[in-house]
Structures are given as structure tokens and as C-alpha cells.
Write a protein that binds this ligand. Structure first.
Ligand SMILES: [Mn+2]
Length: 322
């Protein structure tokens, strides 16, 4: 479905419930805040609800204090349209879908190749670097003027989902959009420092401990670490631990696939697996074979079993394709 239908849907409705995936990060938050800003600019109402806490490092994003956290039975009032950003399927936003008990039309805006087109309206662009890049496109297509706050949110989304403009989905359009956003007076040094630096010493020591446990197999083509319960979901850590660890793993010479195995807090016998590929291996397909998905070079899945069982199954699957 094209942008035109999305625009028509937005114009037709008045109040919007906006959400994104759990494990909130730059693209999820940046897209939500910018999308809400777009709606408000054209006289609409927008409520943002997520089923997760706000991650540290993003406190500088304007409008963050209006973002609500999901609670069972919460009253958010009436809305006409339910918008999901950066979600490949209906499991990604956690429990927020429960707020749509009146079955209002669902608008799915996403850039994951594994998107299952769960919405009544689906705008999916797997080639987009980020959901924020798509929201930027929406501003342009609707001729809604950008403002400094929206530009900052979009910039944060694009910056983080491109790995600071390093990943293969970073296109000429990505840079053009970013160049346009920079015209609104974004302090890029401060943004970078907030998101990637300025982290507590103790958190860096924890990262160092995790990195000292890297394992390799398949002649060094596969590298992974296991995160124990408690560490894996320690929301007190001031940066995206998975992202950080994986970026070190994939930086190792000869590594084609990097993985992270995490015990999931509060769930027995389930392991979360995150994949990164240097491009040869399609980790979206690998994750999909275990019921997950994502992008060709970055994906994830949740697998039943002990960490040892899951590790054996997943590593064997990757080796098949290498
Ligand atoms: Mn994204």
C-alpha cells in the first residue's frame, strides 16, 4: 500500500493512539514523537503509549514526558486510529494492542523485511534505513513543515538505526533527509554524547566483563556471548547493552554472524537470540526459521529451551548456511 492511502487515513481521523515495539530505542521513540508532532501540527490529537520503560540516554528528546507506559485497565479515552511504528508483527508492541478493544483501524508503518502486514493499512518499506526516515517522508509528502523538536526526534531515529550511518540501508536519501534535518539547528555533538557516551563507569566495567566472555566457532566466522538472567534485562544499564555487545562482536575479523543469547526475565525456558550479519548470511531468514525476523543483517527470535539447547540448535542452523 502506498503513502497516499496513509495520508488519506490520517486526514480522515482525529485522534490517534501511537505505539512502538518493547525494548524501546532511538528509532521507536524518535518515530513516535515525530509522528505525534506531525499530527498535532495539522490539528489532530495523539497519545503515545508503550509497554516498556523509557531507556536511558534519550532524556533529551522533546515531548518524552507525554509518553505513557501501558497499565492493564488504563483509561486513555477514545481514539479513531491505532498506529504501530517500527513493529514487524503484533507481538512486538507487547500489551498495548489490548487498548484497541473497539477494533479501530490499525495503521502499520514499518521498515522490517519480516513485516507480516498485520494492519488494516500497511505501509512497509524494507529498504528504508529506519522508521524515522519513513516518518520524515510523510512530513514531506503531506507538506507539513518540520520544526526543531520533530527534526531532533527524526535525527535520533535515523542515527541509531543506521548505526551512525554505517549500515547498508543507509542510502543517498537517508543522507539527504539528514542534511535537511540538520537545518533545524540540531546539536549533533550533544545527541551523540547523550546516546553513546556519558555512561557510568560501572556500566563500562560490566560491558568489559561481558566482552571477555566472547566465544567463537566455525573457524571464527561465528561469534557469540551469553547473557545471564539479571544482566540481560538489567534496565538500569545506561545504554543498549545488546546493541553495544553485538557491535563489538561483528567488528572481529572474519566474523560473518554475531549472536547474543539472553535469558528472558520472568520467563522460564525461553531464550532471546539477537543476530547481526556482515551481509553474506541472511539472518532474517535464520531468525524466521525460529519464529522471529527483522532485517537481512539484523534480526532476533525467541526460542523455547535452555540456553544450551537453543545455542546448539541456532548455531547448527547458521553453520548450514555458511
Ligand atoms: Mn527501526
Amino acid at each position: 500500500m502506498g503513502l497516499k492511502k496513509v495520508i488519506r487515513l490520517i486526514r480522515k481521523n482525529k485522534t490517534f493512539l501511537i505505539t512502538a515495539h518493547t525494548n524501546l530505542e532511538g528509532d521507536a521513540l524518535g518515530s513516535e514523537l515525530a509522528f505525534a508532532s506531525l499530527l498535532k501540527s495539522i490539528g489532530k490529537k495523539a497519545i503515545i503509549v508503550n509497554d516498556d520503560i523509557l531507556p536511558q540516554g534519550y532524556e533529551f528528546l522533546p515531548g518524552l514526558n507525554s509518553v505513557k507506559r501501558y497499565k492493564a485497565g488504563m483509561d486513555i479515552g477514545k481514539f479513531d486510529c491505532f498506529v504501530l511504528l517500527d513493529c514487524s508483527d503484533l507481538k512486538r508492541p507487547g500489551n498495548v494492542y489490548k487498548l484497541n478493544n473497539e477494533k479501530k483501524p490499525v495503521l502499520n508503518i514499518d521498515h522490517h523485511i519480516s513485516n507480516v502486514y498485520f494492519g488494516d493499512y500497511n505501509w512497509v518499506e524494507p529498504r528504508a534505513s529506519s522508521c524515522a526516515e519513513m516518518v520524515y517522508k510523510l512530513f514531506k509528502a503531506m507538506r507539513v513543515p518540520l520544526n526543531k523538536d520533530a527534526a531532533l526526534s527524526l535525527y535520533a531515529g535515523i542515527l541509531t538505526d543506521t548505526g551512525s550511518f554505517r549500515y547498508s540501508t543507509t542510502s543517498s536519501f537517508t543522507h539527504q533527509a539528514t542534511a535537511d534535518l540538520l537545518r533545524y539547528g540540531i546539536n549533533i555533538v550533544e545527541v551523540f554524547r547523550n546516546i553513546y557516551e556519558n555512561k557510568p563507569y560501572q556500566d563500562m566495567l560490566l560491558l568489559a566483563r561481558i566482552l571477555s566472555s566472547i566465544k567463537r566457532t566455525a573457524s571464527g566466522k561465528i561469534a557469540w556471548v551469553e547473557l545471564k538472567r539479571g544482566i540481560s534485562h538489567n534496565k538500569g544499564i545506561a545504554f543498549d547493552l545488546s546493541e553495544r555487545v553485538l557491535s563489538f562482536l561483528r567488528a572481529i575479523k572474519d566474523v560473518e554472524v554475531a549472536l547474543l543469547f539472553k535469558k528472558i526475565e520472568g520467563r522460564v525456558n525461553e531464550v532471546r537470540v539477537n543476530f547481526r550479519s556482515q551481509g553474506k548470511a541472511d539472518v532474517n531468514k535464520i531468525a524466521q526459521s525460529f519464529g522471529g525476523g527483522g532485517h537481512k543483517t539484523a534480526s532476533g527470535c525467541t526460542v523455547k529451551g535452555s540456553i544450551q539447547q537453543v545455542k546448539a540448535k541456532v548455531l547448527a542452523k547458521i553453520k548450514e548456511g555458511l
